[in-house]
Design a protein around this ligand. Sequence first.
Ligand SMILES: Cc1ncc(COP(=O)(O)O)c(C=O)c1O
Length: 337
Amino acid sequence: MAEQRRASLPDDPTFGEVLRAADVVARDLPATPLQSHPLLDSAVGAEVLVKHEHVLPTGSFKVRGGVHLAATLSAAEQEHGLVTCSTGNHAQSVAYGARLAGVRATIVMPSSAPAVKRDAVAALGAEVLVRGDTLGESAAAARELAAASGASFICPTDRRIVLGHATAYLELFRQAAVLPGGLAAVYVPIGSGTGAAGACLVRDALAPGTRVIGVQSEAAPAGWRSWRSGTIETAPATTRASGLATTTGYPLPQRVLRGRLDDFVLVADDEIDHAARLLATRAHTLAEGAGAAALAGLLAPRSPDRSGRPGPVAVMCTGANASADEIARLGAVSTAA
Ligand SMILES: Cc1ncc(COP(=O)(O)O)c(C=O)c1O
C-alpha cells in the first residue's frame, strides 16, 4: 500500500512544519482523548477508537487552525484584520484565533449556516455578516469585502490552517503508537479537505502502514469529484451536515490528497444521522453531522473496512456543534441501521 502512494511535491506542507505547528498549538490547546467504547465496538462489529476532537474550545478540531494562524499572522494581517467565509467551525476557529491575537475578524456566513454557529462566532467577538445562500457565494462576498476594506482574506485552506489541523493527526498517531501493530485505518470527514490532507502528511511520516480514508456526504461531493478526476471540480451542496457543505474542491488539500488518500467513501445524510445516534447512545458523545461522518464512512457497505480487515480503526469525531435539527434527529428511529 505505502509504496503505491506518491511522494510529496516540493510545495506541499512538510512534516517538519507540522511539528513546529504542534508546539504552537500545544501552548493554547490541550491534547484530545483517543478512546475506545466497548458498546460502540459491539455495534460496529470491530475495534474502533474515537478521536474526540469535539471537546476542544469552539467544539471542533478547526480551532487548531485558528490558533496556529493567530501565532503566525503577518504585520498587515495584524494591522488590518481578517476576513473569512465559513459555514461555522472555521468561522469560530478564526474568531477564536483573532481574539487570542487581539486582531479584528469579520466572518461571512451563508444563510444556510446554523444559528447556533452564527451565535457562537458573534460570542467570540467577531463580526458576522450573512451573505449568500451557499459557501461559494459567501466566499465571493468575503473576497470583495477584503479587497474593499484592506483586511486580509483568509482562505479556509490557508497553509497555516492546514498545518494547524494536521496537529490533530500528530497527536493521534503518537497516541496510537502504543497499539501492537498500529492502526489499520483512520476515517476522516472531508469538506475542504484540510483535515484529511493533514492526516496524510503525518501518516506518511509516522505510520505508513495505516490507511487514511476520506468520507464526504454524497449530497456535497465536490471534494470527491475533484479527487477522482484530478482537477478542481464544483458540485451542489445540499447536505444537512453544515461542516461538509462545500461546493468546490480546494487546490492545496487536493494536491496533497491526490495519490496519498487511500480511499474516499461517499455517505448519505441518513447514514450520517445514524452514526450520530450511535455516538450519542454508545459513546456518550454529541456530534454534529460532520463530526459523525467518519463513523458513517466506516459503517457504509462500501467501506474498505467492512470486509473484515484486521486491526483497530480510528474515526475522527471532529465537531460537536449540532444544530437544533440535528439534536432533534438523534431521537428519530434509524432507517440506515
Ligand atoms: C466538524 C467538522 N468536521 C469536518 C469538517 C471538514 O473539514 P475540512 O473542511 O478540513 O475537510 C468540518 C469543516 O468545517 C467541520 O466543521
